[in-house]
Write a protein that binds this ligand. Sequence first.
Ligand SMILES: NC(=O)c1ccc[n+]([C@@H]2O[C@H](COP(=O)([O-])OP(=O)(O)OC[C@H]3O[C@@H](n4cnc5c(N)ncnc54)[C@H](OP(=O)(O)O)[C@@H]3O)[C@@H](O)[C@H]2O)c1
Length: 439
Amino acid sequence: MKMKKILVFIVLLLANAFVSSAQSKGEEMKLYIDNNEVEVEWENNDSVNQIIELTKNSDLIINSHRFGGFEQVGEIGHNIVSNNKQITTKPGDIVLYNGNNLVVFFGSNSWSYTKLGSIKNKTQSDLKALLDKNGVVITIKRENKTASIEINNISKESSKKDDTVFDLANRRVKLNSGYYMPTNGLGTWSLYGDTAFNSVYSALKAGVRLIDTAQYYGNEEEVGKALKKAIEEKIVKREEVFITTKVMPSNYTNARNSINESLVKLQVDYIDLFLLHQPGSNDESVYKALEDGVKENKIRSIGISNYYTKEAFDKVMSYATITPSVIQNENHIFYQNNELKDYVNKYGVVIESYFPFCGRGNTRESFNNDVIVDIAKKYNKTPAQIILRWNLQSNYIAIPGSSNESHIIENNSIYDFVLSEDDMRRILAINKKQRYANW
Ligand SMILES: NC(=O)c1ccc[n+]([C@@H]2O[C@H](COP(=O)([O-])OP(=O)(O)OC[C@H]3O[C@@H](n4cnc5c(N)ncnc54)[C@H](OP(=O)(O)O)[C@@H]3O)[C@@H](O)[C@H]2O)c1
């Protein structure tokens, strides 16, 4: 009997030592929302222990975005062991979602999560003040480390925007240049000659007001002819159409002249958006030529394309005197670059999705995706419309390419339904960071 009591005592002692060591380790972790420290009661589980390990040598910095009306969610950048359970969260709860997303709640939701902890001593209105915004930077750091909190280095504070607002009722978004851009359009890559002409003309007739071309596509002339015809037939006025073109990589040394050539081919006296087509050794001087084009009233807004990381964006910002308005990147259900979107949102920069259907030759994969097919049935829409609507509700402009008039009409009919938060979340979870372009 005495022996049994001693054994129980030892077991309790060991269990207590284990719990307090995990708790004290957790207590070393500090959590900051932007640069505000909040007190957290961490759970004692394997997920938290893994995060403790991750913060041993460097801070964990998570760019999160508001999702639904109740949470901030951001990718951790590591796969964390999870032990998901269906739970209903409270304001202040911190959970792991899908093994690689940190979620902090200012409202509540029921889903399958692994609980990581809860913020202490904050009312729901305190939490809303901290979290109910487009994006925040969440930093988890160990107290015994001296590294300072690394908040995003915003070098051009003056151009900071709190929110990049998509006005879906009016099918447009206000750019940081002050001009409005339509939230969906027609892409014209690999459309040539009459096909390019007919597609652009059909799109304008169908009410599409954004046309995306590029010097590289070799179809600016056809785009210009179709626009001219639509204007002559009073289908549109020039000022109602938003024309994007891009400066060709081989024209980097000749960028100023190429702007004039685009104006001539497109038969317009200004370009709404001129993009630097991709990074290159000479991109600083090309960007300067685009800025000159703005000063000379030949270009209204400028942007960049194929810049995927914060570092690549920061490099442009290091020489830009005009902040880019748009980044046009490969972006689709299988490659959702939320980190970049959240980062550049601070500058009022909008992300435009190219390859919304994964690009010509790859569309089956996105159109046949189980989640997309299931949601399409539920809303009685096509997979293409679900994907495009998801773009709009995720604050991405989408420019599907099409040479088929009925597809063009279908792709423009995406404003008469709203995807629920749950369905948006299901599509968010499809992300597998898979790109199809190799440039
Ligand atoms: N900045 C860059 O480096 C860059 C790179 C690539 C593309 N882009 C731009 O992004 C645009 C979009 O990319 P993308 O055209 O290559 O690929 P995409 O839009 O992902 O896919 C185009 C494909 O989808 C099909 N499609 C379109 N609407 C459909 C519908 N409702 N139902 C079924 N199929 C449909 C098209 O076929 P149909 O013709 O039969 O409709 C075509 O095969 C380009 O056109 C271009 O303007 C930019």
